[in-house]
Structures are given as structure tokens and as C-alpha cells.
Design a protein around this ligand. Structure first.
Ligand code: F0G
Length: 417
């Protein structure tokens, strides 16, 4: 298993205290001298590292850039991302029977998903590198966010989407923000293979979560959860339950915790248990965790109503699996019907989410039923995207409109039963 502990002196290649390290072989690279996505020695995933890791008192301001002391730059192309609400959800808390339950609603970001956090940092790095085209493969949300941040940065954006498998709201966003949209005859994993090749050929700068700087932005989800939880309850959560696709957030949250350990703010024993949830039809991470494996085997055929996490090859698994194991977490698969039920439960508490987001709540309920999550636990469920991202799924899960004549009695007749 990879050793992901942080600390130690900056290598000679560091730029202003920042460098990239391979999570497999430990090789270090200069961060902004050229464009790299993987280790040039062994092909392993790269991670941003710093000479210093900040304590909470170093943070000031609002949103993602509140955490600039933990990021490679002090500011970036911003649409005021982050600072999302941590909601109480009394209905689900009762249903789940845990001591405390909150929902961190990333759907409240500018483009309606957590991807904005990664893009504000990733696009800043792209500016540093001087690239002239940004690109991603996407199940939808990444493309919406990249399109918006690329537009704001005045840099052309290319997005590759699996044809017919992306929710309507997300395609509409990418289109209106001016991205060049290619619908690929293949699934998300095929799209990522193609866009990674385009990036390797120097045709575009890749802003999928394979890009280590995207995850730097996304680790601010963890910092916000910890600060908001402490403000609301006086405690950090025991567990964070989140949907898993490429496992970028799982990796980013684990990095957030490791940095706090390196800063002396957190004991390893205090790291919230990272609990990943996948749809049954796209659950390669769950398969790996159930086997206690260090690697994930790619699923070629994936299917789920939660199209955002219709992914068979979670590229960040080498960073995320140690996160799940080291924090005492787990992973669980849930059915599409359980996801839709959870979407309805969240809606009853006033929180509108897309199906993939509801997987976190479905996973919590499943693990409570199995007795794998205790009744005394303080839990945060991460809801990653807004209801309006997938209007078709929302309409199918909700009540149906009735046709009525244009008079009051007709309306009263129609709503009587
Ligand atoms: N939830 C939503 C709403 C997502 O859009 C995604 C990923 C995930 C969860 C999974 O997060 O990859 O960090 O494990 N969406 C990507 C996209 C793949 O293209 O929008 P992860």
C-alpha cells in the first residue's frame, strides 16, 4: 500500500514551497515548469505537496479562497465557489437513527456542483502554465463547471460526454457557457481515455480529477465541513458519507485530513471515517473495499440512473482506497430505487439534489440497517449536485401534475383526494 504521509523538507524542484510528488514511488517534480498529469518515472498519480501545512487560524475570508494558505496560489478565476450550507436534516436524522446528521450541500455552488471548487484552482494553474485550450471528459458536472470557469478565464473549452447519458441540465450549462461539446459513442471511461490522449499529445490541458490541482480545490469541502461542524455542534463528525465516481472527493478529503495531521491540528484517530457509496450497477470501488484490495478492477459495463457516477474505472482509487482504510471507513453499493427514495427523503427536508448526491443518504440508511454505522455517530452526508441538474430524474421521482380547467371549482375538484 502506498505511503501517503506528509511532511519533510521541500525538494530542490519545489517552486515557492510547492511541488508534485508521485503517490506510488515518491518521485518529486517541479509543479509549473511543464505540464504533467502522471509520474514520469512510474506513471503513478501525482499529489501537490507543500513545505508548510496551515493551522485553522491561518484561514480568513469566504469560500474556496478562504483556504488560500492551503492552496498553491492566493487567488484564482472565481465565481464565488464554496461556502456551501451544512444543513440540519431532522427527517432523515430520525429515519437513520444516528446521534447527529448534517448534509453538506454542494449543489449550492455557482454551477450547482462541487466541481467549481476544483475548477477555480485548476483554471488558475492553467493560467500559470499558459495553456490555450482546457478539456475534460465528463458525466456532466465537470463539463458544466469547466465551461463556466473557462468562459470566465476567456480560454476555449472542449468537453467529451458519453452520448445520451448526461442529464439535460448539465449539457445545457456546457452549451450556454460556450464549450465545444463532443458526444462520444462510448461511456465516461472511454471519454476519459480519449481526452487523456489528447492532453498527452499537447492538444489541451486536462482538467479531470486526474489533475492533482483539481483535488486541491476540492479538499476545501473537508475544511469547510470541519469548521462548520465545530461551529454547529462543537465537534467534528465521526463519519463523512459521499458518492463515489472517480473517487476524487474521497482522495481530496483524505488529503485534507492528512494535511491537518501534518499541521498538528488533528490526531490520526480523529479523521472522520470516509464512507463511499456507489450505485450497484457501477460499483468497482465497493468491490475492491469488500475484498480489502489495494487496487480496483475496471468495470467495462456500467449502468445507473445516477448518471453522474456511471463510472467503471475510478482513476483516483490509488489515493482514495488508503483514505477509506486509514480512516476506518468503508464502501457500500445501493440500488437505483434506494437512490430515488433517498432523493425523496432529502426533498422532504427541503434539500433538492440530483440522484448521485442522494446515493450518500441511501448508503447511510443501508449501513445503519446492516449495523455498520452506530446510533451514536455524528455523520455528515455529502450531496454533490443540485436537483435541477437532472430535471428528468426529479420529475420522475416526484408527483405528477394534473390537468384542470381554468376555474376555482375545477382546481378544488382536482385536489380533493
Ligand atoms: N456526484 C456528482 C453529482 C458528480 O458529478 C460526481 C462526478 C460524483 C458525485 C463523483 O465524484 O468522481 O469525486 O468520486 N462527476 C464527474 C463529472 C465524473 O464528469 O461530472 P468523484
Amino acid at each position: 500500500m502506498t505511503d501517503l504521509r506528509l511532511g519533510g523538507d521541500a525538494p530542490a524542484c519545489a517552486d515557492d514551497g510547492t511541488w508534485l510528488a508521485c503517490v506510488e514511488c515518491g518521485a518529486t517534480l517541479a509543479p509549473f515548469d511543464g505540464i504533467v498529469y502522471r509520474c514520469s518515472e512510474c506513471g503513478g498519480l501525482l499529489e501537490a505537496r507543500y513545505a508548510d501545512y496551515p493551522t485553522f487560524e491561518k484561514f480568513s475570508g469566504e469560500g474556496v479562497w478562504r483556504y488560500r494558505a492551503a492552496l498553491p496560489f492566493d487567488a484564482g478565476v472565481s465565481i464565488r465557489e464554496g461556502n456551501t450550507p451544512l444543513y440540519e436534516v431532522p427527517g432523515i436524522e430520525t429515519e437513520a437513527g444516528v446521534a447527529d446528521l448534517h448534509v453538506k450541500h454542494e449543489g449550492a455552488n455557482p454551477t450547482g456542483s462541487f466541481k467549481d471548487r476544483g475548477m477555480t484552482v485548476g483554471v488558475r494553474v492553467a493560467e500559470e502554465l499558459g495553456v490555450d485550450r482546457l478539456a475534460c471528459a465528463s458525466t456532466g458536472n465537470t463539463s458544466a463547471a469547466l465551461a463556466a470557469y473557462g468562459a470566465r478565464a476567456d480560454t476555449p473549452v472542449l468537453v467529451l460526454l458519453p452520448a445520451g447519458k448526461v442529464a439535460a441540465g448539465k449539457v445545457a450549462q456546457a452549451a450556454l457557457h460556450g464549450a465545444r461539446i463532443c458526444e462520444v459513442d462510448g461511456n465516461f471511461d472511454d471519454c476519459l481515455d480519449v481526452v487523456a490522449e489528447l492532453a498527452d499529445r499537447g492538444e489541451a490541458y486536462l482538467l479531470n480529477s486526474l489533475n492533482p490541482f483539481r483535488l486541491e480545490g476540492q479538499k476545501t469541502i473537508g475544511l469547510e465541513i470541519l469548521e462548520q461542524s465545530r461551529a454547529a455542534t462543537g465537534e467534528w463528525p465521526d463519519r463523512i458519507v459521499l458518492p463515489v465516481g472517480n473517487a476524487g472527493n474521497t482522495a481530496a478529503l483524505y488529503k485534507c485530513f492528512r494535511e491537518l495531521v501534518a499541521a498538528g491540528e488533528m490526531d490520526e484517530s480523529e479523521m472522520p471515517a470516509l464512507t463511499g457509496v456507489q450505485a450497484e450497477g457501477a460499483a468497482p470501488m465497493v468491490e475492491a473495499v469488500e475484498a480489502g484490495a489495494d487496487e480496483v478492477e475496471r468495470w467495462d459495463d456500467v449502468e445507473t440512473r445516477a448518471t453522474a457516477i456511471r463510472i467503471g474505472n475510478p482513476v483516483n482509487a490509488p489515493k482514495a482506497l488508503p483514505g477509506i482504510y486509514d480512516t476506518g471507513g468503508t464502501a457500500v453499493a445501493v440500488s437505483d430505487d434506494a437512490i430515488t427514495d433517498a432523493q425523496r427523503l432529502l426533498a422532504e427536508d427541503g434539500v433538492g439534489v440530483e440522484p448521485a448526491s442522494a446515493a450518500s443518504v441511501a448508503g447511510l440508511l443501508e449501513l445503519r440497517e446492516r449495523g455498520e454505522i452506530g446510533s451514536g455517530e455524528r455523520v455528515v452526508c455529502l450531496t454533490t449536485g443540485h436537483l435541477l441538474k437532472d430535471p428528468d430524474a426529479a420529475a420522475a421521482a416526484g408527483g405528477k401534475p394534473v390537468s384542470v380547467p381554468a376555474d376555482a371549482d375545477g382546481v378544488l375538484d382536482a385536489i380533493r383526494d
